[in-house]
Ligand binder design. Structure first.
Ligand code: HDD
Length: 715
């Protein structure tokens, strides 16, 4: 059995079983052509003499090269860079009153899932640590058909109407004349567009926060973004917002670290997810919902249909309704991660749409894009996309059709096929769209109820801790400093001032610009030809919301102190004291963290007691940005270790990035050569022979806090 197959600990996963019929195992097999003919040599082409021309009749060479020539398909227009995993979802069975969806009610089923995380703007080969929104797309293979929850790690979006999506993406993608910059929003066209789109301001606060540089895909929240509907057996609908809450907490890196990770390991997030699953550290999330009765649709001072708004958790709490575990890596990146096709319009009975104009446009876009990306309307037959529910209809033919439909009728009504396939009544599980009454004129206009663009932006900013607010200001300074057009920078300062004057001032200082006294008008661009501009002029944020703890990663009440799966670099030289090593290593491992030996060279080291230790990393091929904390375990020649420039840089970076740094007994000489100038510095721990468990306990406590933020103001 292959290792991957052992990863799936759930007793039965119907989707993995379904995929088995397409898996190909070459072990112990002959190499053949695509036609199954055994090949005796595919190293040499067939030639007229060993120095002569190649022969056209060489079907083996022709086939091999032709296939190679056509290996690539278009990458996704957005979310091109992604990583995915298989797993399962288990319902808690507490939402029957609101939805009839079987997979959310039947607690005896483990519904298979395939989850793809992504960045938005970068190309397929771009770095994982780009400052960007992360896609969080979940395909549930339910017994009633596929349900796709195609969300992000941020609960709101840049724009209110899908019609603006091509403009947004054209603005953020590399500029068309020189295709620069890759996977970055820090350039003129993006900020030109944003500075003219007040509706984007709430999302901008999130996108400039540390949420856009996660520590791990396993440590991100996920959101369905739009308001959807639950529909129960009686046909009663309830508005619903979906949330994913990670078991490991929500954590991020800092910007300087993100830049350095991009150089050290552009696959940092992909590797982290893959390795965690290989190691049996299966990432887990709880699915939560905010439920809003239909009668309360107009109760709030924001519109539930506006995707630039969230429903504060203080107003409507999140109820946990199930959990998702990812426990198996894909066998083949292309076949699974690349070919998976998500669609917000893939819903099952019990879940329905609302009139959110962003959602409505998405319902068109996702099938359409697969037609050019995957090449045919038969993309649903690709193994990773096909449902595990029975599938019968009168759709026929098309490129690469796999299904062999038997019988002579492919139309309805028919008598020749016995009237099959039948229409399913609601009682038989047929999908019936929610009977919403719609009575209106056709207009091209934005609803007036969508026009408060700044209050929730202010709510987000003001809910952050001081540290997080500082990071938002720094991010905006960085991004806008890369914008060459001064007018755009100024327009952005005006827009930020509508959110929070202090923030605008701080950003302005970094840019050497004063916040303009007057905001450039109009602020009601894009409201639509049929709308009345007077009713759409947005006002500055009016602080009508109370700060919300749930919006801050540092204040979040669900924050956890776990150190599970955290990586600690143990800096060790030849002859390192085994006593220095083993206590902390054992204590960390007992709590589920990992100690990684970073040694002078790849050959490893011998301890003072002669034990040979394998090097996981070297001073030369790694950097502290790849770890959560650093422990200087020592070396026999402590002076040489202290004088090693790579070691100094390793520690200095960990210090700058507010990580816990521990020094083992007799290693203080190393500290003295670093930028740490005060031994009592927060998060710098120095052991002596008597420290014992106290040192490990404190190290673990601080690691559980993720970062030592007190240090940042000093830096
Ligand atoms: Fe989208 C992909 C999430 C608005 C058009 N989108 C895509 C993916 C995610 C999202 C996670 C990657 C799926 C995967 O892993 O394959 N998109 C969102 C969210 C949005 C959103 C949370 C707002 C709430 N998207 C949006 C709009 C449009 C699109 C308004 C078009 C009008 N999105 C697409 C697309 C993509 C896509 C072009 C590219 C690849 C694909 O669909 O399959 O159709």
């Amino acid at each position: 059995m292959k290792k991957n197959q052992q990863q799936d600990k759930s007793p039965k996963n119907a989707k993995l079983e379904d995929l088995e019929r397409n898996r190909e195992y070459s072990e112990g097999q002959y190499n053949t052509t695509d036609q199954g003919v055994r090949i005796n040599d595919d190293h040499n082409s067939l030639k007229a003499g060993d120095r002569g021309p190649s022969l056209l009749e060489d079907f083996i060479m022709r086939e091999k090269i032709t296939h190679f020539d056509h290996e690539r398909i278009p990458e996704r227009i957005v979310h091109a860079r992604g990583s995915a995993a298989h797993g399962y979802f288990e319902a808690y069975g507490n939402v029957g009153e609101y939805t009839k969806a079987g997979f959310l009610n039947d607690t005896s089923i483990k519904t298979p899932v395939f989850v793809r995380f992504s960045t938005v703007a970068g190309f397929r080969g771009s770095t994982d640590l780009a400052r960007d929104v992360r896609g969080f797309a979940v395909k549930f293979y339910t017994q009633e058909g596929n349900f796709d929850l195609v969300g992000n790690n941020i609960p709101v979006f840049f724009i209110q109407d899908a019609m603006k999506f091509p403009d947004l993406i054209h603005a953020v993608k590399p500029e068309p004349h020189n295709e620069i910059p890759q996977a970055q929003s820090a350039h003129d066209t993006f900020w030109d567009f944003i500075s003219l789109m007040p509706e984007s301001m709430h999302m901008i606060m999130w996108a400039m926060s540390d949420r856009a540089i996660p520590r791990s895909l396993r440590m991100m929240e996920g959101f369905g973004v739009h308001t959807f509907r639950f529909v129960n057996k009686e046909g009663k609908s309830t508005f619903v917002k979906f949330h994913w809450k990670p078991k490991l907490g929500t954590h991020s890196v800092v910007w300087d670290e993100a830049l350095k990770i991009s150089g050290n390991d552009p696959d940092f997030h992909r590797r982290d997810l893959y390795d965690a699953i290989e190691n049996g550290d299966f990432p887990e999330w709880e699915l939560g919902v905010q439920l809003i009765p239909e009668e309360d649709e107009h109760k709030y001072d924001f519109d539930l249909l506006d995707p630039t708004k969230l429903v504060p958790e203080e107003l409507v709490p999140v109820t946990k309704i199930g959990r998702m575990v990812l426990n198996r890596n894909p066998d083949n990146f292309f076949a699974e991660t690349e070919q998976v096709a998500f669609h917000p319009g893939h819903v099952v009975p019990g879940i329905d749409f609302t009139n959110d104009p962003l959602l409505q446009g998405r319902l068109f876009s996702y099938t359409d894009t697969q037609l050019s990306r995957l090449g045919s309307p038969n993309f649903h037959e690709i193994p990773i996309n096909r449902t595990i529910a029975p599938m019968h209809n009168n759709q026929r033919d098309g490129h690469m059709r796999q299904e062999i439909n038997v019988g002579k009728s492919s139309y309805s009504p028919n008598t020749l096929g016995g009237g099959c396939p039948f229409q399913a009544k609601m009682a038989d599980g047929g999908f019936v769209s929610h009977h919403e009454r719609v009575d209106a004129h056709k207009v091209r206009a934005r609803s007036e109820s969508f026009s408060d663009h700044f209050s929730q932006a202010a709510l987000f900013y003001e809910s952050q801790s001081e540290v997080e607010q500082g990071h938002i200001a720094n991010a905006l300074q960085f991004e806008l400093s890369k914008v060459e057009t001064v007018d755009v920078r100024e327009r952005m300062l005006g827009m930020l001032a509508m959110v929070n004057k202090d923030l605008a001032k701080k950003v302005g200082e970094g840019l050497g610009l004063k916040v303009p006294a007057k905001v450039e008008k109009p602020l009601n661009r894009g409201i639509g030809a049929d709308a009345d501009p007077k009713k759409h002029e947005p006002k500055p944020a009016d602080n009508k919301y109370k700060p919300s703890k749930a919006l801050s990663m540092l204040h979040n009440p669900t924050i956890t102190d776990t150190i599970e799966t955290r990586m600690v670099a143990f800096i060790c030289g030849e002859g390192v004291s085994e006593d220095n090593l083993k206590n902390l290593k054992k204590a960390l491992e007992n709590k589920g963290a990992m100690a990684k030996i970073v040694a002078p060279n790849a050959g490893g080291i011998k301890t003072d007691k002669g034990t040979e230790m394998k090097a996981d990393f070297t001073f030369f091929n790694s950097s502290s940005v790849l770890f959560d904390a650093v422990y200087v375990a020592g070396a026999k020649n402590i002076e040489a270790l202290a004088d090693n420039n790579n070691v100094k840089e390793f520690i200095n970076n960990a210090y700058k990035h507010c990580k816990v740094i521990g020094f083992g007994a007799d290693t203080k000489k190393v500290l003295d050569k670093t930028m740490i100038d005060n031994d009592d510095d927060a998060g710098v721990l120095i052991a002596d022979k008597k420290s014992g468990d106290k040192f490990s306990d404190e190290f673990i406590r601080l690691l559980g806090k993720h970062r030592v933020w007190e240090r940042e103001s000093k830096l």
